[in-house]
Design a protein around this ligand. Structure first.
Ligand code: KG4
Ligand code: ZN
Length: 348
C-alpha cells in the first residue's frame, strides 16, 4: 500500500528477529535520538544456541519497558512519533511476531503509519547512521550469523545478489569453530579475542573458493580443517590462539578477496560492510587497508550497530515511510523473505 507520509515526526524502530530486543528513535532531520538494546545472550548460553520459544517469551518481557526507556532517553512524548517501523522478517517467527504485534498496535493506537522492515536491509543501511554516509551505488558485504552475502546496492530497495554462501554463513563458521575449540557461546567474539594473541603463520588454512571465478562462499570445509588441526594439536594455550588466528586469517582474507571481485563486477568504488561479523577488528582493518591501497572507500557501522539493533530498523523504516511506503493494519511477518523482491524507494 502506498500513500503520502502525513506525519513527519520521528520514527520508532523495533527489532526482535532473534535474540536481541532493540528499540530506537530516528528522526530524518535530527538523526538518531536514542537507542536501547537488551541482549538475551546469557539466557541462551547454557543451551549453546538460541532457543526460539525462550527468545519469544523474553521479547514479551523486555519490549515495552525498552520502548518507554527509549522514548524517555530521546526526550519525546509517545504522541509526537510520526511512524513506527519493526522487523517483519526474516527471523524466528515467534520472536518476529512479538515485535510486529506490539509495533503495529502502537501505530494503530497513535494513528500513525507503520512499516515492516526487512532485517537485512536494516543491516546493509546501518552505515548510513554514521557521519559521511555512503551514497548508492555501492557493494555491501553482509556477514552475520545467518548470512554471507555480497549485494549490489543500486539504490535504496534496489538490491542484486552477487554472491551467497553455499553452506555455513561466516558468523556460523566462527560460532561452530569456537564451539569445537571449547569456547563459550556466542563463539564469534570469543574466538576473535583468542586469535589476538596468536601467530598468523603457525597454521595455514585454505581460502575456500578463491581459486576459481565467482562470488559465492563456502565455509564448512574450513571448519573441518580446523577440527583436524585441533584434534592433532597439543591444545596448549599458545596453540589454541594460533589455530584461532589461522582460522580468522582464512575467513578474513577470503571475504576480502571476494569483496574486491564484487566491486570490480559491479563497477563500484564504495564498499559497505554490515552484520555481526562486521564487528571483527581484523576484517575491518584488512578491508580498510585494501581500500586505501586500491582506491575504494570502505564504510562500516559503529561496532554496536554491526550486530542486531533497533537503530538500523528505525532508519530503514524512516526512509521507506518518507518514500511513501507503509503497510496496512494486519500483523504479518515473513520468517523467510527475499531481499531482491523489495520495492525500490525513489530518491528524494
Ligand atoms: O548480525 P548478527 O548480530 O545476527 C544475525 O542476524 O545473525 O550477527 C551475529 C554473528 C554471530 O555469528 C557472531 O558470532 C558474529 O556475528 N560476530 C563475530 C564478531 N562479533 C559478532 N564474528 C567474528 N568476530 C567478531 N568480533
Ligand atoms: Zn542480524
Amino acid at each position: 500500500m502506498t500513500s503520502s507520509f502525513a506525519k513527519p515526526g520521528p520514527v520508532l524502530g523495533v527489532e526482535t528477529s532473534c535474540d536481541e530486543t532493540g528499540v530506537a528513535v530516528y528522526d530524518r532531520e535530527r538523526g538518531l535520538l536514542a537507542h536501547t538494546l537488551y541482549s538475551q545472550v546469557d539466557l541462551h548460553a547454557e543451551y549453546g544456541g538460541v532457543v526460539p520459544e525462550l527468545a519469544s517469551r523474553d521479547h514479551v518481557r523486555k519490549l515495552l519497558p525498552l520502548v518507554r526507556q527509549t522514548l524517555s532517553d530521546a526526550g519525546i512524548a509517545i504522541e509526537s512519533l510520526g511512524g513506527v517501523a519493526y522487523t517483519a522478517g526474516p527471523g524466528l517467527v515467534g520472536a518476529l511476531l512479538v515485535g510486529a504485534a506490539a509495533a503495529r498496535s502502537l501505530a494503530w493506537a497513535l494513528e500513525v503509519p507503520a512499516i515492516g522492515v526487512h532485517h537485512l536491509e536494516g543491516h546493509l543501511l546501518a552505515p548510513l547512521l554514521e557521519a559521511d554516509p555512503p551514497e548508492p551505488p555501492f557493494v555491501a558485504l553482509l556477514v552475520s550469523g545467518g548470512h554471507s552475502m555480497l549485494i549490489a546496492v543500486d539504490g535504496i530497495g534496489r538490491y542484486r545478489l552477487l554472491g551467497d554462501t553455499l553452506d555455513d554463513a561466516a558468523g556460523e563458521a566462527f560460532d561452530k569453530t569456537a564451539k569445537l575449540m571449547g569456547l563459550p557461546y556466542p563463539g564469534g567474539p570469543a574466538l576473535a579475542r583468542l586469535a589476538e594473541g596468536g601467530d598468523p603463520n603457525a597454521f595455514r588454512f585454505s581460502r575456500p573458493m578463491t581459486d576459481r571465478p565467482g562470488l559465492d562462499f563456502s565455509f564448512s570445509g574450513l571448519k573441518t580443517q580446523v577440527l583436524q588441526a585441533w584434534q592433532r594439536s597439543d591444545r596448549a594455550e599458545d596453540t589454541r590462539a594460533d589455530i584461532a588466528r589461522g582460522f580468522e586469517e582464512a575467513i578474513v582474507e577470503t571475504l576480502a578477496i571476494k569483496c574486491r571481485r564484487a566491486l570490480e563486477a559491479a563497477g563500484a568504488r564504495r564498499l559497505v560492510v554490515a552484520g555481526g561479523v562486521g564487528a571483527n577488528r581484523r576484517l575491518r582493518a584488512q578491508l580498510a587497508d585494501a581500500g586505501a591501497r586500491e582506491g575504494f572507500s570502505v564504510h562500516f557501522p559503529r561496532l554496536e550497530f554491526c550486530t542486531d539493533n533497533g537503530a538500523m530498523i528505525a532508519l530503514a523504516g524512516a526512509i521507506r515511510l518518507h518514500g511513501g511506503q507503509l503497510d496496512d493494519a494486519q500483523i504479518r511477518v515473513f520468517p523467510r523473505w527475499d531481499l531482491e523482491g523489495l520495492p525500490a524507494v525513489e530518491a528524494g
